[in-house]
Design a protein around this ligand. Structure first.
Ligand code: MN
Length: 517
C-alpha cells in the first residue's frame, strides 16, 4: 500500500488524517463489535449485527479486487460511520449498502427484515452508486443534482456514500492507473468538497490527501518529503509552545487539553498553488488546539493565552458567538509565539469539538441531549432547504451546478456576465475585478457599471448571482484609486502596468512640450 510510506509520528504533533490499518480478513465481525460496544446499547448492537450477518450471507463467495472477501468493504464503511457515532439505522444501511446492487436482494426484502428507513437508505446509496461521473460538465451537473436529491431526503445517504468512497480511496491501489486517476479526480472535485461543506473534517482531509497522491503523485512525493524534513525543525517551537501553554492554563485554573495540529498535505499544496506563499511560508504556521470543558472556559483560555503571547490584531475570530453555516464553533486567534513565529490557536469546548469532527453527522449522533445540537440541526436544515429552493428554480443542470458551487465553495462569488455566463471571482471582488476578469481591455476602459441593471460605483463589491454589465469608453484609462479596492491579482497587475505606461508617456510628453505639466 502506498499509504504505508507515510510515516506518522504520534508525539507532539497530531496528524490530521488518520489511516487505520487495513483489517485482517477474518476479523470483520469482531472489529465491528469493538466499534459498536463503544457507544451503542445492547439491543441496537444486536440489530446491527443482524444486518452484518445478512450482508455477509448475501455477499458470500464474492471477493474484492484486492482478493479479500467482499464483506470486509461494507464492514469498514460501517466502522468509519461508527467512529462518528452514527445511529444504528445508518450503520445497518452501511452494512447493507451493496446488497441490492451486487446480490439478488430487493427493496421489499430489506424493508420487511430491517424496516422502511434502512431499506430507503440502502436504496438511496444504490442509486448514487450507479452514478459514474463523466468528464462532460452536463453529466457532472446532473449527478450533483441527483446527489442533492438523495441528500435532501436523508443526509445519511450521503454520509454512507462518503464513507464508501473513503474506503474505496484507501484501497485504490488495486485499480488500473487510469481508473485510479479518474476516481481520485472525481473525489477531489465532488466528494471532498461535499465532505468539507458538511463539516466532516477528517473524512474531507483524508479524501483529499488520498486523491492528491493519485492525481499528482510526483508533487505529492516531493511535498511529503519536504514536510517530513521540516517537521524535525519544528519540534523545538512546538514543544516549547505546548509546554508554556499547558503551564499557564493550569496556573490560571483552566482545565484544558492542548495539542499541536498540522495542516493536511493537500491543503499545503493548495495554499502554495494559490500563491499564498512558498512552502516554508505556508508550512511555518504553527497550529494548536485547546479543548476545554465548557463555553465559559473557552473565553478564559483565550484570556490566558493572550497574556502569555501577544495576539496579532485583527486575527481573533469568535465562531462561538457567530457559528459557521455548518455549525462549526470555536475561538480562533493568532499569537506571536516564541522566536516571533506566528501560531494559530483554536479554542473550543468538548461538545464543539465533537461537532467540528462529525459536522453534519452530529444530527444522527447516537443519543444526544445537547442544546447546541439543535442549533446545528436548524442551520443544516436551512442550508439544505436553500439548496432545494435553488434546485427547484433552475431548470438547467449546469446552472444548478454553479448554484451548488456557491455553497460548496464559500470563498468565491459567482456573478453573471451580460451574456449569462457565470464567472467565479474571489469573495470581496469589485466591479473593476469583474471587468478585468472578462477582458483586460474592458478593465482598462471601464468607466461605470450596472449591477442588476442599475448604475453602481465601480468599487461596489459583487455578490452571488449579481448581473454585472461594464460600461466602457474608448479613451478611458485606469484610475490609480482602483488599486485601493481591487482584490484579484489580475486586475492589480494590469492597472499597475497601464499606469506605468501612462506615466512614462507623460514624462515623454513633458520633455517634448514645456506647456504640459
Ligand atoms: Mn460500496
Amino acid at each position: 500500500m502506498a499509504r504505508s510510506n507515510v510515516q506518522r509520528k504520534p508525539e507532539t504533533i497530531a496528524p490530521v488524517s488518520h489511516t487505520p490499518p487495513l483489517l485482517p480478513a477474518d476479523s470483520d465481525d469482531s472489529l465491528l463489535t469493538q466499534h459498536l460496544l463503544r457507544y451503542l446499547k445492547s439491543d441496537d448492537i444486536a440489530h446491527v449485527m443482524e444486518a452484518y450477518r445478512y450482508s455477509a450471507a448475501a455477499h458470500e463467495g464474492q471477493m474484492r479486487k484486492s482478493g479479500e472477501p467482499y464483506i470486509s468493504h461494507p464492514v469498514t464503511v460501517a466502522c468509519i460511520l461508527a467512529e462518528l457515532h452514527l445511529d444504528p439505522q445508518a450503520l445497518m444501511a452501511a452494512l447493507l449498502h451493496d446488497v441490492m446492487e451486487d446480490t439478488g436482494t430487493t427493496h421489499a426484502n430489506l424493508s420487511a427484515r430491517f424496516g422502511k428507513t434502512v431499506a430507503e437508505l440502502v436504496d438511496g446509496v444504490s442509486k448514487l452508486d450507479k452514478i459514474e461521473f463523466q468528464t462532460a460538465t452536463h453529466a457532472q451537473a446532473e449527478n450533483f443534482r441527483k446527489m442533492l436529491l438523495a441528500m435532501s431526503q436523508d443526509v445519511r445517504v450521503i454520509l454512507i456514500k462518503l464513507a464508501d468512497r473513503l474506503h474505496n480511496m484507501r484501497t485504490i491501489e488495486v485499480m488500473s492507473p487510469e481508473k485510479r486517476v479518474r476516481i481520485a479526480r472525481e473525489t477531489l472535485d465532488i466528494y471532498a468538497p461535499i465532505a468539507n461543506r458538511l463539516g466532516l473534517n477528517r473524512i474531507y482531509q483524508e479524501l483529499e490527501d488520498l486523491s492528491f497522491e493519485q492525481v499528482y503523485p510526483m508533487r505529492q512525493r516531493v511535498l511529503l518529503r519536504s514536510v517530513k524534513a521540516a517537521r524535525g525543525n519544528r519540534k523545538e517551537v512546538v514543544g516549547k509552545t505546548l509546554e508554556a501553554m499547558r503551564e499557564h492554563l493550569a496556573k490560571s485554573g483552566v482545565v484544558a487539553e492542548v495539542s499541536g495540529r498540522e495542516k493536511h498535505l493537500y491543503s499545503i499544496y493548495k495554499k502554495m498553488q494559490e500563491r499564498v506563499g512558498t512552502f516554508s511560508q505556508v508550512f511555518d504556521i504553527y497550529g494548536f488546539r485547546v479543548i476545554v470543558p465548557d463555553t465559559a472556559s473557552c473565553y478564559a483560555a483565550l484570556g490566558v493565552l493572550h497574556a502569555l503571547y501577544k495576539p496579532i490584531p485583527g486575527k481573533i475570530k469568535d465562531y462561538i458567538a457567530m457559528p459557521k453555516a455548518n455549525g462549526y464553533q470555536s475561538l480562533h486567534t493568532t499569537l506571536f509565539g516564541p522566536f516571533g513565529t506566528p501560531i494559530e490557536v483554536q479554542i473550543r469546548s468538548q461538545d464543539m469539538h465533537n461537532i467540528a469532527e462529525a459536522g453534519v453527522a452530529s444530527h444522527w449522533l447516537y443519543k444526544t441531549s445537547d442544546a447546541d445540537l439543535s442549533i446545528l440541526q436548524q442551520q443544516t436544515h436551512q442550508w439544505l432547504q436553500r439548496l432545494l429552493e435553488i434546485q427547484s428554480e433552475s431548470s438547467d443542470s449546469v446552472e444548478f451546478l454553479e448554484h451548488f458551487k456557491v455553497d460548496l465553495f464559500p470563498d468565491e462569488v459567482y456573478v453573471f456576465t451580460p451574456k449569462g455566463k457565470i464567472l467565479p471571482l474571489p469573495k470581496g471582488s469589485t466591479a473593476v475585478d469583474f471587468a478585468y476578469a472578462v477582458h483586460t481591455d474592458i478593465g482598462n476602459r471601464c468607466v461605470a457599471v450596472k449591477i442588476n441593471h442599475e448604475l453602481a460605483p465601480l468599487r461596489s463589491e459583487l455578490h452571488n448571482g449579481d448581473h454585472v454589465e461594464i460600461v466602457t469608453a474608448a479613451h478611458a484609462k485606469p484610475n490609480p484609486v482602483w488599486l485601493n479596492y481591487v482584490v484579484t491579482g489580475k486586475a492589480r497587475s494590469h492597472i499597475r502596468h497601464c499606469l506605468k505606461i501612462m506615466q512614462s508617456e507623460r514624462r515623454v510628453g513633458t520633455s517634448l512640450s514645456a506647456n504640459t505639466g
